[in-house]
Design a protein around this ligand. Sequence first.
Ligand SMILES: Cc1cc2nc3c(=O)[nH]c(=O)nc-3n(C[C@H](O)[C@H](O)[C@H](O)COP(=O)(O)O)c2cc1C
Ligand code: SF4
Ligand code: FES
Length: 745
Amino acid sequence: MDLRFTDAKPTDEERAAVDACLGAPEVGWEGGERTAEELRWARGGHAARARRDQLLPALHAVNDRVGWISEGALDYVCRRLTVPPAEGYGVASFYAMFALRPRPARVLHVCTDLACAARGSAALTGALAELLGPPGGAAGGVRWQPSPCLGLCERAPAALAIQAGEQGPQAHGTDAADLADPVDPAHPANLTGSVGPAGVAGTTDAVHPPYRTGPVDRSGLTGPADPRGRVDRAGLTGPAHPTGSASPATAADEAHPAHPAGAHAPAGSADAETAPYCTAVVGPATAGTAELAAVAPCAAPEEPPAAAAVPQAGQDGLVLLRRIGRVDPADLDDYRAQGGYSALRRAFALGPAGVIREVLDAGLVGRGGAAFPTGRKWEATAGRPERTHYLVCNADESEPGTFKDRVLMEGDPYALVEAMTIAGYAVGAHRGYLYLRGEYPRALRRMAHAIGRARARGLLGPDVLGQGYAFDIEIRRGAGAYICGEETAIFNSIEGLRGEPRSKPPFPVERGLFGRPTAVNNVETLVNVLPILERGAAAYASVGTAQSTGTKLFCVSGTVRRPGVYELPFGASLRELVELSGGVPEGRRLRAVLLGGAAGAFVRPDELDIPLTFEGTRAAGATLGSGVVLLLDDTVELPRTLLRIAEFFRDESCGQCVPCRVGTVRQEEALHRIKDLTGAAAAGDIALLREVGAAMRDASICGLGQTAWNAVESAIDRLGVYAGALPGSGPAAGTPADPVDGGVR
Ligand SMILES: Cc1cc2nc3c(=O)[nH]c(=O)nc-3n(C[C@H](O)[C@H](O)[C@H](O)COP(=O)(O)O)c2cc1C
Ligand code: SF4
Ligand code: FES
């Protein structure tokens, strides 16, 4: 591809896809024929440049419609947004979900990452190669390719099929949550946001039966019935939208010269809801089911409900997972009937400073991996004098073995909408971005739907709950880049730049998205704010330990009997969690547990009494990270697992800084050389690994490089992987009830 504008033209389909996302070009300078007048002077250039943040949605639009991004299409997108083609190419080539060379419209992503590898992904890919040819081919109009973790680890081995250019995912296998929920005639859509607190509190008259999957009554929908069951778009782009400067605060924001107008593009961006593609998730996959899904994803059977990923679903005592399986994820009234929006009402009663006080007193600590106190982050953001503040919800969830945020978004989407509204209120933001992993089609649909319904009912928009506070949420879909989960890389990704982390300081609370003070929080972190406000800080903090308050979600996967998301109070031991999940299968022996994901650390079977707290895991030289608990039994070849971790970091390094760019490659090479060696034969490479690991840890710009050696180091030092025998593995400890010994059911 030539990195300058060429004569390549978009096809009609590509042009239509881009125009559907960006609107039709208004002047010839934006990619159409120029008039004689336009050849003398330029109009619209500044406006187009200010829409740079539409680059990623526009690339998605083409990729979704056609399956790949041609030179003509990229040129057209770049002209429309006045982005130099070299930069457009740099962005498009950054993301794994985009292709810049022709490929079939149907692509099957087959996970070969840690949990799937432990559950037979090698056999699956071998069988697929026989059926469909080698990976990367195009047999039968399908391309299949290995993929990093798809966030479906409880269903390992898992695969995701995507078909570009077909009717949207809602067109098939639709469950209730994918449809617009019927509007109660007593509470019609309220686009002007005049629903008051009493309205919300008092209208939860009908307690719905538990999560329904039956047909949805479409009478009373606010928009024209859409045969594809799409979310109605009333209120998405209409005059009631807060970008229409309905609130004084929003108007002030827009007047700010440094603020790109693109930041105020319609919320619930087009790409979240109108993308023309089909998806199918398969798991546990066989070659046959994966092939079937790849050939006809639009006709694939419906996925199991989110509650299927929660073995505790429906049990008493759950806090964050309490509604999963009980609430209809499509139905706002059902959410309200189950306590929804009481936390937001309390937030309005407390005021922003009062909310931050509660969160500080509750001791809430971020669940995205860095364990930073949420109240302090909010306080720092709220206290900045600049007028425009932003909230970003980090739903990128790409740490191998992590899937809790997906389950929360699929099973209880309004909870996140409510929590984001509270967070926005506390930090003084009028706009929140939900940066959602591109490989999460169902979470995307459900969040887009929930945001649309909340907006239609005045729970988002220019006057939330009639309290004079303007807030709206825009979804931004990631496109397959683990690094975009790093909080500053998200900013670059949203702004239409390559998703490379920024140097800190300045920290996001000072200069974040669009250079403005920004609070970035993980999905699970935000959802914790609801029980804090509903029950009060003291009640919340009475659960857990002094430094780790509340409950924690754990993503249990690998060779385990009952994989899934578990909720436990902080302070429970790893042993309790392993027992709850049934331990390793009958006749197997636990060999190691990876805590915290690829960036985490291995622990031995004789270390199961580690308390699952931030301080407890730290003291044990491990980390909770994003809540990954990957069990590996004695059938798993640990050197192969380490190699996979190293490959992951090599692939996902953004390449911006030398220690990480070079170090992750050297690490992978060394692990490759010693994959079948132990003792003296491996010693030279282990010494090299230590040297490279120290350089990455000390000198990398961001957490990816800083943690890329953690798991490997722990496997060498704690598990003695290359030493021969595994310390602590010993003979089976085994009473029949020992989870280490495959006896617990
Ligand atoms: C390479 C890398 C990937 C990350 N991925 C995620 C992610 O997918 N989700 C997330 O919430 N945090 C992720 N983080 C952590 C974020 O940078 C940030 O700390 C977090 O979103 C802050 O939210 P919290 O305070 O609520 O935890 C990642 C960090 C790094 C270094
Ligand atoms: S540490 Fe790695 S991922 Fe992070 S900025 Fe440097 S090269 Fe990029
Ligand atoms: S989906 Fe395969 S490891 Fe997560």
